[in-house]
Ligand binder design. Structure first.
Ligand SMILES: [Zn+2]
Length: 396
């Protein structure tokens, strides 16, 4: 994703906000239809049927008809894709839910043609938006040639962005025969079999203090007051900064890994299962729901899913998914499997050969070796531990 800061004029911003409102309206209609389907009524309409309904709605609702049909249709297509992702077991996406004003502001434009994105000067580019015309953006890096679609968003801090969808060029394998394993953790974002520990840069200690202070101020501020909206804006800016850093990190880390190693091995974790297990079902309510909800936020925050998707884009055919069983209990030096070797969350010490190292690096080495390990020997002690990383106290 190639993302740029968009600088619409005041008049353009008004139309952009309308596009966002239309896209949100159409999306929420689709959500509502599918909720009825969920309750066991007749099957919910698919994309084509929804497009016909949209045409009918535009004939009746002037507010909708004044907007761009393409923007509105695309919201339906996005919804169809979100539903497909929801039904894909490999995908961590949840069920598409309601979009709220001020929180999920954005729309997509597709089928853009050559010449609809252009550079004006060293730091200024412009993009053609339906019913708006040319909107300027900060040309912070080259827009890749041949982009076909873009998404315009407004974050909670009121900043506009345009993101051009372009699958990054595959990075050629270095041809050095090197294999790396990545263990994806929580406190440390990723551990490599080389012993490197990669951390997603979050907020600094000072920024976190400021966030806590703002959160307290927000709790005290009166609803609807000016002070409250100022505090909310400041909080939104801090959160946006955190997100920007995470996305930036994922791009850099995935490029670096694709350049340095021929093969990248990761665990075949069922992210969807992990991120949804907490609540449980009515018959079997989840345990430690609160802690797990915190853990799930951490998983999303650390950006694992995004990292693997980027790796697959940049190193197509060079990313291998490995069975995660026993990677945390197996000694990467001698192969002995014993739950007791995992001394703590952070430390691995083999009960057979005495090999000791950072527990996540040991796991990463097993992932690099690509062992689909099964329990052996008659002691019956070794069982796959729950591979969900435990939530660690927040460290600086
Ligand atoms: Zn050992």
């Amino acid at each position: 994703m190639f993302r740029y800061r968009l600088h619409p004029s005041a008049a353009q911003e008004a139309v952009l906000r309308d596009h966002c409102a239309h896209a949100r309206f159409v999306w929420n209609l689709a959500v509502e239809q599918h909720l009825h389907w969920h309750q066991g009524r007749r099957s919910a309409p698919g994309y084509l049927e929804q497009c016909r309904q949209l045409t009918a709605a535009r004939a009746e609702i002037r507010w909708l008809a004044a907007g761009s049909q393409m923007v509105q249709q695309q919201a339906l297509r996005d919804f169809a894709q979100a539903m497909a992702a929801f039904f894909d077991p490999q995908n961590p996406a949840g069920r598409p839910s309601w979009r709220k004003a001020g929180r999920d502001e954005g729309f997509r434009v597709v089928a853009i043609k050559v010449g609809q994105v252009r550079r004006l000067s060293r730091h200024v580019g412009e993009v053609k938006v339906p019913k708006v015309g040319w909107v300027r953006f900060r040309w912070s890096r080259a827009v890749p040639p041949g982009v076909k679609s873009y998404r315009v968003t407004m974050d909670r801090a009121g900043r506009w962005h345009v993101a051009f969808a372009a699958i990054p060029e595959p990075i050629p394998a270095p041809g050095n025969g090197k294999v790396v394993g990545i263990d994806r953790g929580v406190a440390v974002s990723a551990s490599l079999s080389t012993g490197e520990l990669l951390r997603v840069p979050g907020l600094t200690a000072a920024e976190r203090r400021r966030m806590r202070r703002l959160e307290r101020m927000l709790a005290r501020a009166r609803r609807g007051s000016n002070r409250r909206s100022r505090v909310r804006l400041a909080l939104a800016r801090l959160r946006a900064r955190q997100t920007d850093r995470r996305k930036d990190w994922v791009e850099k880390a995935s490029t670096d890994l694709a350049r340095r190693f021929d093969i990248v091995r990761v665990e075949n974790l069922n992210l969807k299962g992990m991120t949804r297990s907490a609540r449980g079902t009515v018959g079997a309510p989840g345990r430690n729901v609160r802690q797990k909800a915190g853990l799930n936020r951490e998983i999303m925050r650390s950006g694992w899913g995004l990292l693997v998707r980027r790796l697959e884009d940049k190193a197509p055919g060079r990313v291998e998914k490995i069975n995660p069983a026993f990677t945390s209990q197996r000694c990467s030096a001698c192969g002995h499997v014993d739950a007791k070797s995992r001394e703590s969350q952070a430390r691995f010490a083999c009960t057979a050969c005495g090999f000791a190292c950072h527990a996540d690096v040991n796991a990463a080495k097993n992932i690099a070796a690509g062992h689909a390990v099964t329990a052996r020997g008659g002691d019956g002690v070794a069982r796959p531990v729950n591979r969900e990383p435990q939530l660690l106290p927040q460290s600086a």
